[in-house]
Design a protein around this ligand. Structure first.
Ligand code: CTP
Ligand code: ZN
Length: 155
């Protein structure tokens, strides 16, 4: 492709999630709870050539700026993603996603008898980062290790 050709158009206002690990654009959409039945235009690009990553996926969300807790969710599945906030066609903020030290309430423990899964006495899940890549989280309550594949199944 000629260098100056744009594969997907620039957006006026919203969020561009760039440098998503190849193959994970749809997981990013899912983890953000986007189903396309409400909200603005969503553009998904997959297998886009990238100098840094070889190939990458990109997701553009028009008319909405992501909240910090949404950015944290993306870090779970796309650890190299950059979040670009766009206002009036300009990138006004660029942020690398970063895994929080402790993950509260986003991920469910895979141990059915874990107290965080108890029905009568619901306790919010708490996980620590055991390994960043490959992603492994350790449950605060029962010590179970939850992996990226397990997390993907939950969304
Ligand atoms: N972008 C967009 N609409 C705009 C401005 C930027 O969709 N109005 C997209 C670009 O296509 C790119 C991302 O937002 O995918 C980041 O833009 P920019 O910072 O200009 O690109 P790079 O410098 O290549 O980014 P990086 O250094 O993070 O690789
Ligand atoms: Zn547990």
């Amino acid at each position: 492709m000629a260098k100056k050709t744009l594969r997907v158009s620039k957006i006026k206002d919203g969020t561009v999630i760039d440098h998503i690990t190849r193959g994970h654009a749809l997981n990013v959409i899912k983890i953000l709870g986007i189903n396309g039945r409400s909200g603005g235009i969503i553009t998904i690009a997959m297998n886009v050539p990238s100098q840094k990553l070889g190939v990458k996926d990109i997701v553009k969300i028009e008319g909405r700026e992501l909240k910090p807790e949404e950015v944290d969710k993306i870090a779970l599945i796309a650890p190299h993603a950059t979040i670009n906030i766009i206002r009036n066609y300009r990138v006004v903020e660029k942020q690398r996603v970063k895994l929080p030290q402790i993950i509260h309430g986003i991920v469910r423990c895979t141990n059915p008898t874990c107290i965080s899964n108890s029905e009568n006495e619901p306790v919010k899940s708490v996980f620590y980062i055991e390994s960043e890549e490959p992603l492994k989280l350790r449950c605060h309550y029962c010590g179970t290790i939850v992996e990226k594949e397990d997390i993907l199944k939950q969304f």
